[in-house]
Design a protein around this ligand. Structure first.
Ligand SMILES: [Fe+2]
Length: 363
């Protein structure tokens, strides 16, 4: 796992404090040195003038000495530097303190890997990015039931964008389904700034903050960032730094994540596009759509399970993955659902219309 922003904040605070301290401690010495330098300047000027001047030219000596006078203490810029350093330190300190508790909380969560409790053998349904889309979630759960799936795991983002966050969270809670925290879950249940969200996503988060019941918020806040089963890991975003909500969209990020994986397969979400990164025994990485993948013991697999309620791969159908814990195979499932009903629900509660349009399959 890599260090996050909080550690950088600690370092910045430490550095500023140290600089401020150095300025304060060395200020008197510098002041003394400048005074001594001034006095030396006086003496040299006196000697120079004394050597040059003809007898009786005291008035000329006074004029020349004034010309090489050291700066007065009142003009000394050291005091300004100390003030500036203290001021910068205070500004950084206040900024770090303001954002620290939440970041530290998330970092601690990232280190505390939970067990994906209740996941038995056989087939496991892995799904996420439900985003408050009740129609899509109902269709997926119905499909899962018909397939005789033994258990399920949720990759996070139960809420945000859709019109039914309460119902969706309640359904996952009723299932007793282990779940991890998504970035929308986190921001919809906290007062954190939304500067990393685009306008439409931010408006959706604000709506969800206003409409999500407190007991569901409390449930989401307690979700872990990472959970592990016997041979798999579940996380919403990049496993290497889950609290930073980075996307895994290139080989370089995937390679770093492969290095941090303790299990052969890691299920993620976040991008809303199903795909699989595979690293073979020789370290070669390939990426492609999820077929009927058989997990080879020599390789590692990052499987993005797509999105139940906000598909962004051009296919409006809900997506989830079936993972066979015994045969170690992965299969992508697409489920048609009543997209129009989900769109109408979004428009009815005055969420951004773009949330509805996107359900039609526009990326
Ligand atoms: Fe999402």
């Amino acid at each position: 796992m890599t260090l996050g922003h909080a550690h950088f904040g600690y370092f910045t605070l430490w550095l500023c404090s140290l600089l401020g301290l150095l300025f304060i401690l060395t200020g008197p010495v510098w002041g003394q040195e400048r005074e001594d330098a001034g006095q030396r300047g006086d003496k040299h000027a006196e000697e120079r003038v004394a050597a040059d001047k003809p007898a009786g030219e005291d008035a000329g000596l006074e004029r020349d000495v004034t010309a090489v006078d050291p700066p007065k203490r009142d003009d000394d810029p050291v005091g300004w530097w100390i003030g500036l350093a203290v001021l910068v330190g205070l500004i950084v300190f206040s900024g770090v303190v303001a954002m620290q508790p939440k970041e530290r909380e998330l970092e601690e969560k990232a280190l505390a890997v939970s067990a994906c409790g209740g996941v038995a053998g056989g087939k496991v349904a892995v799904f996420g990015d439900i985003h408050g889309n009740l129609q899509a979630l109902e269709a997926v759960l119905s499909d899962i039931k018909q397939r005789g799936v033994s258990s399920c795991v949720c990759t996070g983002d139960l809420v945000g964008y859709g019109a039914n966050p309460n119902e969706c969270v309640q359904m996952i809670r009723d299932l007793g389904c282990p779940a991890v925290l998504g970035n929308h879950d986190h921001h919809c249940t906290s007062a954190e700034p939304l500067d990393k969200f685009n306008f439409v996503a931010a408006m959706s988060v604000l709506w969800t903050r206003d409409n999500l019941e407190e007991e569901h918020k409390e449930y989401l806040r307690k979700l872990p960032l990472v959970c592990e089963g016997e041979n798999f890991t579940v996380v919403h975003a990049d496993l290497s730094s889950p609290q930073d909500w980075s996307y895994v969209l290139d080989d370089e990020t995937a390679r770093t994540m492969f290095e941090d994986m303790r299990k052969p397969v890691c299920f993620i979400g976040h991008s809303h596009s199903p795909l699989a990164y595979v690293m073979d025994g020789a370290g070669k990485i390939s990426v492609g759509p999820i077929g009927d993948e058989r997990i080879e013991s020599s390789g590692k697999y990052i499987v993005n399970v797509g999105s139940v309620g906000q598909a962004r791969d051009g296919n409006p159908a809900a997506a989830y993955v079936l993972f066979d814990v015994e045969s170690l195979s992965v299969e992508l499932v697409r489920v048609e659902y009543d997209v129009e009903a989900a769109q109408e629900a979004i428009l009815r509660v005055d969420l951004p219309p773009r949330n509805a349009r996107r359900l039609s399959g526009s990326v």
